[in-house]
Design a protein around this ligand. Structure first.
Ligand code: F6R
Length: 257
């Protein structure tokens, strides 16, 4: 594997199918938005998962910017929330759906009736999760899964130990996830969440994984070069035939040049 370090995107095929793209922080949002725009323009009604967290923020800023300048429409997008915290009441500002509305949905032309999300406060959560997967399947499966990586390798809230065969479900959050999530300013950090399962994500036509910053360098290295194992769920994404790992230079620093 090799990659060049420069201002433009450099791309290489890593372990198995991973398409590794390294860009400067300034180009990160633009490069990710190009991928999303290509999918939205080439697909009649793309089903797209949207993660929260820091990694997708440059992407969301760029999508909003393009929409505001009349260069992009997301009107045909069917938007699926990737995961959600348990124990927070509907409308809580830290909820993933609340942040997605603020950062992207309400700032673009995605119709509200095309926005789907996981609702943890449901009488029968198993039934709700099954219905979420079924809705995706009935709509033709995911077109593009946009994902971040937790420092422990989690994908969505598929924490270490999650197998490639798991579907949407309730999950106990790992200690490292709970520590990192202090950045959201919880009064009391939820101990569990709900997440789209790895199997549903791996069935997506295309996957885009975003990682930025030096604190992600170690897990990016393990994702690319470590063993393919459910101990590091992000490593399981390598088996997907059309997966791009978009990194800034800091996140890519431990990959072999
Ligand atoms: C959030 C999510 C998580 C994050 C991951 C990285 O909806 O699914 O898997 O993508 O924890 O978070 P950031 O981007 O904040 O480093």
């Amino acid at each position: 594997m090799s990659f060049a370090k420069h201002g433009r995107a450099s791309s290489t095929r890593g372990v198995k199918n991973l398409n590794i793209v390294v860009v400067s922080p300034e180009k990160f949002g633009n490069t990710a938005a190009d991928i999303v725009q290509r999918v939205t323009e080439n697909t009649e009604a793309p089903n797209i998962t949207f993660p929260t967290g820091d990694s997708p923020l440059p992407l969301y800023r760029e999508l909003v910017n393009r929409y505001q300048h009349g260069k992009l429409s997301l009107a045909n997008v069917q938007a699926f929330g990737l995961d959600e915290w348990g124990e927070l009441e509907p409308g809580h500002p830290i909820r993933c759906i609340s942040r997605m509305k603020t950062q992207l949905y309400s700032e673009t032309d995605i119709p509200v009736e095309q926005i789907y999300y996981l609702e943890p406060n449901t009488d029968d959560l198993d039934v709700h999760c099954e219905a979420y997967d079924k809705r995706i399947a009935d709509m033709g499966g995911l077109t593009l899964s946009i994902l971040g990586i937790g420092i422990n390798g989690h994908i969505g809230f598929n924490e270490p130990g999650s197998k490639a065969t798991v579907r949407t479900r309730k999950i106990q959050l790992a200690d490292r996830t709970l520590n990192v999530s202090q950045k959201y300013g919880f009064d009391k950090t939820p101990s569990w969440g709900v997440t789209l399962g790895l199997a549903t994500l791996l069935e997506s036509k295309e996957i885009l994984i975003l990682a930025t910053g030096a604190h992600k360098a170690e897990i990016v290295h393990l994702t690319v070069n470590g063993p393919e194992t459910s101990d590091v769920p992000s490593s399981l994404m390598r088996r997907h035939p059309n997966c791009t790992l978009l990194l800034d230079e800091a996140a890519a620093q431990l990959l072999k040049k």
